[in-house]
Design a protein around this ligand. Structure first.
Ligand code: PXP
Length: 268
């Protein structure tokens, strides 16, 4: 949780719940809102566990939107383990806020994205044996393969985001390759505690500042939950968070409406 102490008409002090961070911020930053992209992959995971029709991620997207989600995010994986092509097509017809497609930079996914036309594509690394996305794209290594995909998406009017680690070299490379936004991987921050977490947070803060100074829109995500999201949401340059597992896990117990509303309260 984040509190604001009003110091003057232009300046606020931001205090995080554990009372260990005091940061002076301007009125415009105080008024900034962070967009919440709700990742509904795991609604589809539950459906695919029985190869059944329910629960339907398309219905989940509508409920999340009614509860205040600013966008819907899905990862269409090459192995189709959760989200299916049919989901993406129906989501494109029904999501009126912002549809963000996470995908690997392959020919198959590029063709699909150009046909379905989500509002944004977040390019991610993908390994068949991983449980979830492991680490950001290494743009120095895969830049040549990813750049033409990014160019074709951008020419079709789709916002291109690179999912990367909080490293200056990756941020600079994202800019060189024509990315419009970066999504900073918060997995290291989310998994760590104490001093390690503090240094992971500092790396995210530095990366966000650098990306913003280069004109890139700054997003963040992976591993964020109701306990650790506050400090990431408070980073002034971050304008969008993509959160999945924690929201769907809470929704199983308290319902999706409340799970989305609880998260919205925490990030703004
Ligand atoms: N951002 C990216 C690029 C991801 O691959 C994922 C997982 O699909 C998320 C955000 C959401 O992560 P989580 O489910 O841990 O909230």
């Amino acid at each position: 949780m984040v509190y604001y102490y009003r110091r003057s008409s232009h300046e606020y002090t931001l205090i995080t719940t554990n009372w260990c961070s005091f940061v002076s911020i301007s009125r415009s930053e105080r008024m900034r809102t962070v967009r919440l992209g709700v990742n509904i992959d795991h609604v589809a995971t539950l459906r695919q566990a029985r190869r059944a029709q329910d629960p339907d991620p398309v219905a989940a997207a509508a409920l999340a939107t009614l509860a205040g989600a600013d966008g819907i995010t899905v990862h269409l994986r090459s192995d189709r383990r959760h989200i299916q092509d049919r989901d993406l097509e129906l989501l494109r017809q029904t999501v009126r806020t912002h549809l963000n497609l996470e995908m690997a930079a392959t020919e198959e996914m590029l063709d699909l994205a150009l046909r379905v036309r989500p509002d944004a594509v977040c390019l991610v690394p993908e390994r068949p044996d991983e449980v979830t996305t492991q680490g950001g794209l290494d743009l120095m290594r895969v830049g040549n393969r990813v750049a033409p995909v990014a160019r074709k998406l951008a020419s079709a009017g789709i916002q291109v985001t690179f999912f990367i680690e909080a490293e200056p070299s990756q941020i600079r490379q994202a800019k060189k390759l024509g990315g419009q936004a970066v999504e900073i991987n918060t997995d290291g921050y989310s998994k760590s505690k104490g001093r390690r977490q503090k240094s992971e947070l500092e790396a995210v803060v530095r990366a966000a500042r650098l990306a913003h100074s280069l004109g890139l829109e700054v997003h963040a995500g992976h591993g964020l939950d109701y306990h650790n999201v506050g400090k990431i949401a408070a980073v002034p340059e971050i304008v969008e968070l993509n959160i999945g597992h924690a929201i769907v896990a809470r929704a199983v117990l308290v319902g999706l409406d409340r799970a989305v509303r609880d998260m919205k309260k925490l990030i703004n």
